[in-house]
Design a protein around this ligand. Structure first.
Ligand code: PEP
Ligand code: MG
Length: 573
């Protein structure tokens, strides 16, 4: 038995048989020919064809990942398409080819230069080097493959034998997204950080992972039995019997019943879904319901808004998948980084600070809002509609909630007049802005529940665009100001009939479960894959100890102090 230290990335353990993945070995470039022997026009055509093939493959990977993992994780492939078509890279590669460099060498030279630039940067920017390597390797594979006897395809990562522990120098996001989480018992890499997209995808797939082990990982041979402990950040060669048994127990088995803390406080652990395809996986992972049903997916990738009947079918499908549970449907939340071309959203210099969320629903898109409310009130009256709850996004004013509630009442009156069956579901607001957090008591008075969207809340509290890597370290749910905004929200529902949940990414980090329970959240909603692990953590929590932990975190003035209070080395911001 020998132990190698790395960085724990997916907080669970797995044991299995080591298998090295060395894709670079296949990508040896042919020697550079004499410039006279290069037909620049033909090389340009090869480069174009390779880019077309890679673009198509990236779009397939995007769609597959969106379906299997989630929209947010799939976005990395859109970023890859950005690298593929980056005008400066494309121009430089074309110029090199014009200068009689064969296409594969022109691509390798230019991408290696970009990789080196990113590697020289700090933090998350350095991790973008992995994304560039991924695009470079795809292009090289496409180029080297076109002679018929090109390189063998890299090992088929989608078809690894059961119980594989995959070892690699580093994994790209595409590599990781191809893995079958039922077959792969763990991942360990020589390089890489826990906020790289590959690590995020592994986490979403719930595959135990340790990254950044360093060159010592090479001492593990193919075929050896290995334990990957993503919690301790360790890779153990030849683990003993007790370690193996413990690793098997921490497998991703779903806990199907509702959970409570060790001392009996119930906490609902629900799933976020962005489409009908995600409903069954959420149920399979043991989610207690849906804490966020993003209705935007019904509106994107089409030419006109969905009809009332189409929307009704989607909402009732969610209710049927969770007939005994709560299903929280969010009304349309477009604008910001979620454009919908046919809606003619205003072109604004600062879209995240512009017309988005409830603002659009109450004004220029009141018609769409009315249709959505008709759908929701009709669905609430169905046999499985008892658990339906509806929430409004990006609230900043009490008046918005009052107008939204008035709209619900007016739609109820219309349906009554038409003789259509309907019921008014639970109504809630998302707490995604400092304004909403400061007014949480006033909102809770008027509503049945509040649900904190930490993705936006951290963005607005910290003045850090959630999509901008350059300020990623500021977009930090563990910054004391964000933690205090969470407390302000949970304190506001105390002593009222309203309940409070969280549906931002923060809710799905099992290392933060105790803090969130201690802050007083009644419900946590997350990507389905982390549901079993968070349920396991809830059961281990002692509610009083969690409340003390929360008080300690609330007294902190820096992120470092919060991490220290939580006993954590580091977390992605
Ligand atoms: C959030 O902002 O945390 C949230 C859950 O909503 P979205 O990510 O869809 O903006
Ligand atoms: Mg949001």
């Amino acid at each position: 038995m020998r132990t190698l230290a790395g960085v724990g990335s997916t907080p669970r353990s797995g044991v299995g048989t080591a298998r090295w993945y060395r894709p670079d070995a296949d990508l040896t470039l042919p020697d550079r020919p004499d410039p006279d022997a290069v037909d620049a026009e033909a090389e340009l055509a090869r480069y174009e064809a390779a880019r077309d093939a890679v673009r198509e493959a990236l779009r397939d990977a995007r769609d597959r990942t969106a379906e299997r993992v989630g929209e947010e994780e799939a976005a990395v492939f859109e970023a890859h398409e950005g690298f593929l078509d980056d005008p400066t890279i494309v121009e430089d590669v074309e110029a090199a080819i014009d200068d009689w460099t064969p296409a594969e060498h022109a691509v390798a030279d230019r991408f290696d230069e970009a990789v080196a630039q990113f590697e020289g940067m700090e933090g998350r920017m350095a991790e973008r080097a992995d994304d560039l390597r991924d695009v470079r390797d795809r292009l090289l594979r496409a180029l080297l493959d076109d002679g018929g006897d090109g390189p063998p395809a890299a090992a088929d990562l989608a078809a690894l034998p059961d119980g594989t522990i995959l070892l690699a120098e580093r994994l790209t996001p595409s590599d990781t997204a191809a893995l079958d989480p039922d077959a792969v018992a763990g991942i360990a890499t020589v390089e890489g950080g826990r906020t790289s997209h590959a690590a995020i995808i592994a986490r979403s797939l719930a595959i135990p992972a340790v990254v950044g082990v360093g060159g010592e990982l090479e001492s593990v041979a193919d075929g050896e039995t290995v334990l990957v402990d993503g919690e301790a950040g360790e890779v153990v060669g030849d683990p003993d019997k007790t370690q193996r048994a413990a690793a098997r127990e921490s497998g991703p088995d779903a806990i199907r019943e509702r959970v409570e803390t060790d001392d009996g406080r119930p906490v609902e652990v629900a799933a976020n879904v962005g489409g009908e395809a995600e409903l069954d996986p959420a149920a399979e992972r043991g989610a207690d319901g849906i804490g966020l049903f993003r209705t935007e997916f019904l509106f994107v990738d089409r030419e006109s808004p969905p009809t009332e009947d189409e929307q009704y079918a989607a909402v009732t499908a969610a209710l049927s998948a969770f007939p005994d549970d709560r299903v929280v449907v969010r009304t349309l939340d477009v604008g910001g980084d979620k454009p919908v071309p046919y809606l003619d959203l205003p072109d604004e210099p600062n879209p995240f600070l512009g017309r988005r969320g409830i603002r659009l629903s109450l004004d220029e898109h009141a018609d769409l809002f009315e249709t959505q409310l008709r759908v929701l009130l009709r669905a609430a009256a169905t046999e499985e509609g008892d658990g339906l709850a509806v929430m409004f996004p990006l609230v900043t004013r009490v008046e918005e909630v009052e107008r939204a509630v008035d709209a619900v009442e007016s739609v109820a009156a219309d349906l009554a007049e038409e003789g259509v069956d309907h019921a008014v579901p639970e109504l809630g607001a998302m707490i995604e802005t400092p304004a909403a957090a400061f007014l949480a008591d006033a909102l809770a008075e008027r509503l049945d529940f509040l649900s904190v969207g930490t993705n936006d809340l951290a963005q607005y509290v910290m003045a850090a665009d959630r999509g901008n890597d350059a300020v990623a370290e500021y977009h930090d749910p563990l910054h004391p100001a964000v933690v205090r905004a969470l407390d302000r929200t949970t304190a506001a529902v105390e002593g009222t009939d309203a309940w409070v949940g969280m549906c931002g990414e923060m809710a799905g980090d099992p290392a933060l479960t105790e803090l969130l329970v201690g802050l007083g959240f009644d419900e946590l909603s997350m990507s389905a894959v982390t549901v079993p692990e968070v349920k396991r953590r809830v059961r281990e929590v002692d509610a009083d100890a969690a409340a003390s932990l929360a008080s300690e975190a609330l007294a902190c003035e820096t992120r470092a102090e919060v991490l220290d209070a939580l006993g954590l080395d580091d977390r992605p911001a």
